[in-house]
Structures are given as C-alpha cells and as structure tokens.
Design a protein around this ligand. Sequence first.
Ligand code: PAF
Length: 307
Amino acid sequence: MKIVIAGAGAMGCLFAGLLAGSRHELWLLEKDAGKVDAIRSAGLSIEISGAEPAVSMPSITAYAGDAGIADVLVLLVKAYDTAAAVQAALPVIGPQTTVLTLQNGLGNIEAITRAVPQTLLLAGTTAQGATLLGNGRVRHAGRGETVIGPLVPEGAVRAHAVQEIFQSAGIPATVAEDIQPVLWGKLLVNAGINALTAIMRVKNGRVGDMEPLQAVMRRAVAEGAAVAQRLGISLPYPDPVVRTTEICCATAENFSSMYQDISLGRRTEIDSINGVIVEYANRLGLPVPVNCMLTRMVHALECPSVS
Ligand code: PAF
C-alpha cells in the first residue's frame, strides 16, 4: 500500500517514523521547503525513551504529484492549514484513496469534505505524544491509543484496513463506530490542557497538580461538556474533568502541542479547540467565559510583540 502523510511536524514525523519499518511505501508531504531538504538529507530521527534514535529515510516532497495516487492519506497538519493541505494533496487523492484526519480540534472534517467525499473520509484522535526537537527530529513522548472511525457506515471497512496498517507497525489502534463522541472527548481534554500550559509555560502535569490551574481547567472542561451535552454528544468517558486530570498525569512530563507552538513563535490551534467551544456556545446561547478568556489570551500570545 502507498501511505502519504501530510505534515512533517511532530505528529507527522512520529507517525512516519513508526510506519517506516512497515512493508508499505511511505511518503511525507510537506509545504516547507526547508523541512523537505533537511529530512531528505538527514532522514527522520525518532528518539524513544532515551535510546539511540531510530533513523529512517521516507520519501518526502512538497509536490503531491511526485508521490502519485495514495491508498491512504493521513492528515497531520495544523488545524488552521487543513483546507490548504487538502488542496495541495489533491494529486494523491484518487477515487479509492482513504483520507484520515488525526488532527487536533474540530472543524477539520468540514474543511476536508469540501474537497473529498465523506465516503472516503475517516476521522480520529491519537494519544501518541511527540515533541519536535528539530526538522525531522522527534522525541516519542508517550505511547497511546489511536482511535479511528468512519463518517458513514460504509466507511467501516476502510477504518479496519487503517487499523490493521497501524497495528502491524506497532501503533495501538481501535475503530469507533461513531467518531463524533471520540472527537469531542479529545477536544475537551485539549481545551483543559493546551491553552493553560501555553499561557503558564508549564508541562501538562502542572495543570493536574497545581490547584489554581486545576480550578481553571475544571471550569474550561465543564463549559465544553455543557456544550457537548446540549449538542446531544455523549462523551466516551463518564467524567471529563477526571479524564483530563488522568491525561495530565499520564503526560505529566510533556509539553503540550500549544505550548510548543507558542515557544516556537508559531500560530496555535486555539480557534479549533477553545475557540470552537466558544463558537458553538454562542450559537446555543450558553455562557463559556473561561474558554472565551483562554482563547483571547492565547491570541494575545500569538502576537509577535508578546511572545
Ligand atoms: O495537544 C497535545 O499536546 C495533546 O493532545 C495532549 C493530550 C494535551 C497531551 O500533550
């Protein structure tokens, strides 16, 4: 099978590195010419639990036409780049190509289905942790489950095929019949952790063990849960605050993706995480002051003069 991964950031490189040992043909698609050159010459290097980094040399290109039609396209670009990444990836999407989004936040499905039929699309979440150390250099910051699911019942076969690809590469994966609760479940965890860690410049663990941060996290998550409830989404766990606290503990030593973005002076995914909760809440007439404030504070941090 030909697998194309769009986005050579932390997660894209991690997945490419983990899939590199499989029997599949692997391509990375990356718009940044600097990253393409660096990975083409030095390869991908994945550091796992302090061991000698595993180096692989996947094919990488900025032009999707070089890769040809893919069997599976995995989108791992930042949420604000989804629409552009799908346009750039059109040459690899044939009538049978499975397109999988494993991106953070909400809104990716809507952006992808403007160009790709729902029958080809799978969505999912991953609890794999990755820290970008440099172009093509990643530290595997924790192994976690990847959950994928179709948007329409006919897509189940595609979801099981991707699950098989991931599992044979040692990436734990499960298939969910209804993916929306899974996406909302991850959204609430991200809403509770990402903005707070970026604003406070702390590792995930502090949000779980410092009472003032935990108090803000609880409010942010509870607001998001109220929005989900009003939308009729039943979350994939009984208590979203308990779940978020568990993830803080499990990833205590990690820097969240938003922390990493702010530290590197990059745009964040805030609009697809806390910002999307604010959008839904406004439509539903629900108060979400904490998510609103977190969104504004991260927007402020994104201004070059602040960070
Ligand atoms: O975005 C992230 O960093 C991750 O989704 C999470 C769960 C917050 C762990 O770092």
